[in-house]
Design a protein around this ligand. Structure first.
Ligand SMILES: [Ca+2]
Ligand SMILES: [Ca+2]
Length: 422
């Protein structure tokens, strides 16, 4: 009797499984027509610890994002979000200070020109914006959903809140976003997070680019991979840089490797300094390296932080403003504090410090005055507004600050002379 009941139960169970499987297959078959689904997020191996983004797939309306107008429903029934250059599509996240997070997202090319952007801003306990930020840019390959290569962000030590923004650079067009995830990282590539800081003196984070753009502001597709080595490739723009805390008056040794690319002009490592209010000071270093041959070549330079600064930015670029599209490569960037005795031992002469340049107005730059706007400056120098935005790493083009340096793209040098500082 008992056996018969068991047999019956088994038959019912198998039938149920069969029906469910059939329904599933039919479901897949019916779904085959709607090919514009954003791909499902797959939990990536052991790098994921905990998710912090709320409703990153937008299936729960504006929950977490507070921007109902931007939610779109595709023919397939999938929800995603679209945005132009507005900073309104954002979410406040609970991130731990001094902790690394993995960012991943899908994007689909919309009507906007330029790349899709995922930006991060951090605020301290008083709500003041911290200088550190991330601006992950991705240039679409085609017209369907594409996965932005996984990126890593490090939350600053004194960050109390963090915001994520999804946007494009174009005020007139939009790009689409879906399946945005931000998760705590335990490993970056082959490296455990705890293994990263081996040299206590090294201030540059991920100077060998083996962890992609981690620590850097730049474009995801500027990281190149060749014979097991990662490095960065850049042309003439101010998009690749790292922000580093420094001590006023301290000397630092910069070393780097650079390689001639398609540009006939030197490689350029530019160091600018910022004071406590995040304002640039007049002093900066322009390290130019002219290439001897086609292989990797060494750059060594000593810089000194002016008094009154506590932060510097290191920009990597090809010094060829006239020919856009040309590039050179950088790898193994290092920045360490040095003493005069240390320099003597290394046989690096102090005279190299004479490269320090004074004065705000370098060719191709403009200092923001009260009342200036991006479009106004674009008009004044006869530069397309989009080009001006692209040439500058604005954290928010809508908010210019007096004293802020604007980089003017090529062809605008003549008008500069008329606006020299008094
Ligand atoms: Ca979705
Ligand atoms: Ca490398």
């Amino acid at each position: 009797m008992r056996i018969r009941k068991l047999k019956l139960a088994l038959v019912v169970f198998i039938s149920l499984v069969f029906v469910v499987a059939l329904a599933y297959l039919i479901g897949i078959h019916l779904d085959g027509g709607s090919k514009k689904n954003a791909p499902k997020v797959t939990k990536s191996e052991n790098t994921v610890l905990e998710a912090v983004i709320l409703n990153g797939d937008f299936e729960k309306g504006d929950l977490g994002w507070g921007n109902p107008g931007a939610i779109q429903k595709e023919d397939s029934g999938n929800h995603c979000i679209i945005n132009n250059c507005s900073w309104e599509v954002r979410q406040e996240m609970n991130l731990l200070p001094h902790t690394t997070y993995t960012v991943s997202a899908y994007t689909k090319k919309g009507t906007a020109r330029g790349p899709a952007r995922i930006a991060f801003n951090f605020l301290d306990v008083n709500g003041a914006k911290l200088p550190q930020f991330y601006d992950i840019k991705y240039t679409h390959v085609g017209d369907s959903w594409e996965k932005i290569p996984q990126q890593f962000i490090m939350v600053p030590k004194n960050a109390a809140t963090a915001w994520i923004y999804l946007l494009s650079e174009d005020p007139k067009g939009y790009h689409c976003f879906d399946n945005v995830t931000v998760t705590r990282t335990s490993e970056i590539g082959d490296r455990k997070i705890t293994d990263i800081s081996t040299d206590q003196n090294e201030l540059m984070i991920n100077g060998d680019f083996e962890m992609g753009l981690y620590g850097w502001i730049g474009m995801a597709d500027q990281i190149k991979y060749e014979n097991g080595n990662r490095f960065i490739r850049n042309g003439y723009n101010w998009e690749v840089f790292q922000i580093i805390d420094v001590n006023p008056g301290q000397k630092y040794l910069i070393t780097a490797k650079t390689r001639k690319g398609t540009s006939s002009k030197p490689a350029r490592i530019k160091v600018v300094f910022l004071n406590q209010d995040e304002k640039r000071v007049p002093e900066f270093f322009n390290i130019l390296h002219s290439f001897d041959a086609a292989g990797w070549e060494n750059v060594t330079e000593v810089i000194q932080a002016p008094s009154s600064v506590n932060q510097l930015r290191v920009y990597l670029l090809s010094d060829d403003p006239k020919r856009s599209g040309t590039y050179c490569d950088f790898d193994n960037i290092s920045l360490k504090p040095v003493t005069d005795e240390g320099l003597k031992k290394m046989l690096i002469k102090n005279s190299e410090l004479t490269r320090m340049v004074h004065g705000f107005q370098e060719s191709g730059q403009y200092v923001v005055k009260a009342g200036d706007t991006v479009s106004g400056i674009a008009l004044q120098f006869n530069i397309p507004e989009q080009e001006l935005i692209s040439a500058n790493a604005f954290s928010d083009p809508g908010k210019l600050e007096v004293g802020q340096i604007i980089y003017l793209p090529q062809g605008s040098a003549q008008s500069l002379n008329q606006t020299a500082t008094p």
